[in-house]
Design a protein around this ligand. Structure first.
Ligand code: SRM
Ligand code: SF4
Length: 611
């Protein structure tokens, strides 16, 4: 295993022949990944199963010393050792077929497969809320989808009904389909693969969706077009170099989840400061050549929330450098990361174990061993001229004369099948079928002709007259982000999405703020809704209330105030308020107070239109 591991490690995985070269004009770069020439594999089930059947497992890439640690590791590590998650790429087809043909029911799938291994194909069982139904999480590099994919999501979830069959845009600029049953999973996966997308390696101990700039290629202030980087890294992680199919065992047994974000401008729309790897564009101080400063170790969890730290590394903005740097970091993390205590298994802990200088030396040694001519330099000084972070919602000029980007609010990221199709219609009519997701769970349509902008804004699906989606939302409702919450998530302490959408509407009616205010909701301390970066972050938590003269436990929240994003990012690590019952009479007055004290809000009746 060790020999195979090192042989694999030093080989170069440049399968991305169709990935746009950084020297090319990438304005019309492919919207997703790059392997159309491999498409026949994905369309042919029998061939794909044959290819995967003989494939090496995730564990076989690990050095013997790491495998020994797995054996004494956490229950998840032991489970991964017993049933290699990489084989889920094949097993999901087997389960689906057997259930369809009446050979078994979903209840007979072993618990370890049902609740854990299937996460390697992006299937997350919602056993507590909707037994037998799954959420299928995709990989959408750089958050770019097209109308055909949107229609496919709608077609895939519709049969599960309007309550369960919905599509969510996530806080990683990604898509999730809900309600999927195991017997349908194979055809949905095939449909994704036929559309050059995948759900593989999107959950549990995998590298998660590649976040990039939603303005890639259309931004007058762009420093780097993030699309080719997101695509090549997505391919590095999910494309099996041995077979050319999705599902790559090489990165299929990491110690923990792993997040990568590539920022394209000083706005940092990708939130590099809360990702394990954050690539921040920055020109070289002497040569002026564009490159990336690397920040490391940002993450959020129940036990610890950490802002990323300066790694003291800079690489050129070219695909080989970025791919190699990320591969080296992943290799060291995979083989050396913590396997016993999952609370200490995120990258930050490994960097701290080494110390930044020793870690840097280790990564440079690893990069040099690949012999790909990649040079790592010291962190370069960031630009200092004044810069104001820009809005993603609303209508904005692009770098291309006569073309506009139009941001559209998708409240809490939730789309019904009908809304998916409405978005697809808009994209076909106005944006060359392209839709871009943001980490704020909204979308923007790029490349809208100037003359078409008024027509788009007046479209009945987004004009705000009885529509959830809005092209011109208010400053409060436009800034709402929410995790999944109790409706589907077993960890949730409270309901989030419906509360978030309703409370935002209420606040919008009562208060006016001069600037957009970002209110984030998250159902538990895992902080999928990233409350620590929000202006106002509402996290599900216990609360008590007097009921009939007795103190009773009620659903409640903690409130974080003052998180910042962009160049001047800051995490609000401690809540300002605790134990607030999640009831309108308690919560609304407090939120209004915060909006007035911290964000210059005024009562709507007093609005003097000066804003
Ligand atoms: Fe998350 C676990 C949803 C972004 C930190 N997250 C979960 C699970 C899978 C738990 C579960 O099994 O139910 C949630 C599935 C709920 C559902 O039904 O949708 C879940 N996380 C989400 C999403 C869908 C929230 C959303 O509504 O947008 C986001 C999916 C992103 C994606 O497309 O991949 C999501 N989760 C995040 C983020 C934000 C980010 O990546 O910027 C974080 C904090 C950042 C980070 O990871 O460092 C986050 N989720 C967690 C954690 C805590 C991780 C840790 O190191 O402890 C868990 C629990 C875990 O992994 O053990 C978790
Ligand atoms: Fe579920 Fe908690 Fe994540 Fe919300 S923050 S989706 S409740 S794990």
């Amino acid at each position: 295993a060790a020999a195979r591991s090192s042989a694999r490690r030093t080989s170069s995985f440049h399968l991305n022949s169709a990935v746009v070269d950084e020297d090319e004009d990438v304005d019309t770069a492919p919207t997703t990944t790059s392997i159309e020439h491999e498409q026949h594999h994905h369309n042919n089930r029998a061939e794909e199963i044959k290819l995967h059947a003989g494939k090496v497992t995730g564990t076989s890439f690990l050095p013997e010393e790491t495998v020994a640690r797995l054996a004494k590791g956490s229950p998840v590590e032991k489970a991964k050792l017993t049933g290699d998650p990489g084989s889920a790429y094949v097993d999901v087809y087997e389960f689906a077929r057997k259930i369809r043909e009446g050979e078994m029911t979903w209840k007979e799938v072993e618990k370890a497969d049902l609740e854990t291994r299937l996460k390697w194909v992006g299937m997350i069982h919602r056993g507590k809320r909707t037994p037998g139904q799954f959420l299928m999480r995709l990989k959408v590099p750089n958050g770019i989808v097209n109308s055909d994919q949107l229609r496919f999501y709608a077609d895939s979830v519709e049969k599960y009904g309007t309550d369960f069959g919905v599509v969510d845009i996530t806080t990683r600029q990604n898509m999730q389909m809900r309600g999927i049953k195991l017997e349908d999973a194979d055809s949905v996966i095939d449909g994704l693969h036929a559309r050059n997308q995948t759900s593989f390696q999107s959950a549990l101990d995998n590298v998660r969706n590649m976040v990039g700039s939603p303005l890639a290629g259309i931004d007058p202030l762009e420093m780097v077009d993030t699309r080719p980087y997101c695509n090549i890294l997505n391919d590095l992680i999910t494309l099996d170099p041995a077979t050319g199919t999705r599902g790559n065992p090489q990165w299929g047994n990491l110690p923990r989840k792993f997040n990568i974000a590539v920022s394209g401008s000083r706005d940092d729309f990708a939130h590099t400061d809360i990702n394990d790897i954050g690539l921040q564009p920055c020109p070289h101080a002497i040569t002026g050549e564009m490159g990336f400063n690397l920040v490391l170790g940002g993450y959020m969890s129940i036990k610890r929330v950490a802002h990323s730290i300066d790694s003291k590394m800079w690489v050129k903005a070219d695909l080989n450098s970025v791919n190699t740097l990320c591969e080296a970091i992943l290799r060291v993390f995979r083989d050396e990361g913590e396997r016993k205590d999952r609370q200490k298994a995120r990258l930050m802990w490994l960097v701290e174990k080494y110390g930044v200088d020793a870690y840097k030396a280790k990564i440079i040694e690893e990069i040099d061993s690949y012999n790909r001519g990649v040079v790592v330099e010291e962190t370069q000084p960031k630009p200092t001229e004044p810069f104001e972070r820009r809005d993603l919602l609303g209508v904005h000029e692009q770098k291309q004369k006569g073309l506009y980007r139009v941001g559209i609010l998708v409240p809490v990221g939730r789309l019904s099948a009908t809304e998916c199709r409405q978005l697809a219609d808009l994209a076909e009519r106005y944006s060359n079928s392209e839709v871009r997701c943001t980490v704020e769970q909204n979308v923007l349509l790029p490349n809208v002709l100037e003359a078409d902008v008024p027509l788009l804004l007046a479209e009945p699906s987004i004009n705000g007259v009885n529509t959830r989606m809005k092209a011109n939302p208010g400053k409060i409702e436009g800034g709402v982000v929410s995790c999944t919450g109790a409706e589907f998530c077993g960890f949730a302490m409270v309901e989030t999405k419906h509360n978030a959408e309703r409370v935002a509407k209420l606040l919008e009616e009562l208060v006016v703020t001069p600037q957009p205010v970002r209110i984030h909701w998250t159902g538990c301390p895992n902080s999928c809704g990233q409350v620590q970066v929000a202006d106002i972050g509402i996290m599900g938590a216990p609360a008590k209330k007097m009921v009939d003269g007795k103190k009773m436990a009620v659903p409640g929240c903690k409130i974080f105030v003052g998180g910042r994003i962009g160049e001047d990012a800051h995490l609000a690590l401690e809540p300002t308020y605790k134990g607030i019952p999640l009831e309108d009479e308690e919560l609304i007055p407090l939120l209004i107070q915060i909006l007035k004290e911290e964000y210059k809000g005024v009562d709507r009746a007093e609005d003097d239109l000066s804003f």
